[in-house]
Ligand binder design. Structure first.
Ligand SMILES: [Zn+2]
Length: 169
């Protein structure tokens, strides 16, 4: 997202040299720059204490198994967002987070922050946005996800980290 108008006061922004950043859209009225950014989201590979993986199906769009994901709200950390999204969508309690990697998703101008998340396997209380949620072994989860799914990348990454003893959750 690159701003043309000030999101605070609505004035037209003009480029201004900001240190090493080069020209940045600037509001003269508010006297501040508005740096271009991509919307930050978290995507969580939810893993129970017994290493089973939770996949969900949303009740809109293309119906297929995916991982819990959501937009980070203003004022929220990525970890707080993961905790909130998991509680809202599944009712599960988060026990620990492990940042895996970030990836830019051009279609929606998102910066995806991928986390492996340990959750307590309890009663599922699905949000109205979900049609289904189910537990899988890691191999089953990999198969249940579509080719090119973030979840598959994330399973590959946790396998690599586990092999090195570096998963840490
Ligand atoms: Zn302004």
């Amino acid at each position: 997202m690159t701003f043309e108008y000030c999101p605070k006061c609505g004035e037209k922004l003009f480029p201004k040299q900001i240190g090493d950043e080069g020209d940045v859209p600037f509001c003269e009225k508010c006297s501040r720059p508005f740096f271009p950014f991509s919307y930050p989201c978290v995507i969580c590979l939810c893993i129970a204490e017994n290493d089973e993986i939770l996949l969900i199906k949303q009740s809109y769009g293309i119906i297929r198994y995916v991982c819990v994901a959501g937009y980070i709200k203003s004022g929220e950390s990525a970890e707080e967002c993961a905790k909130r999204e998991i509680a809202e969508e599944t009712g599960l309690e988060l026990l620990g987070t492990r940042f895996l990697y970030s990836k830019y998703y051009e279609k929606h101008d998102n910066l995806m922050l991928a986390f492996a998340v340990r959750v307590r396997k309890g009663e599922l209380k699905l949000s109205g946005e979900l049609s289904e949620a189910a537990w899988f072994t890691p191999d089953e989860a990999y198969e249940a996800l579509f080719d090119g799914a973030y979840g598959r990348d994330m399973i590959n990454e946790i396998r690599r980290l586990e092999k090195e003893g570096l998963l840490g959750i």
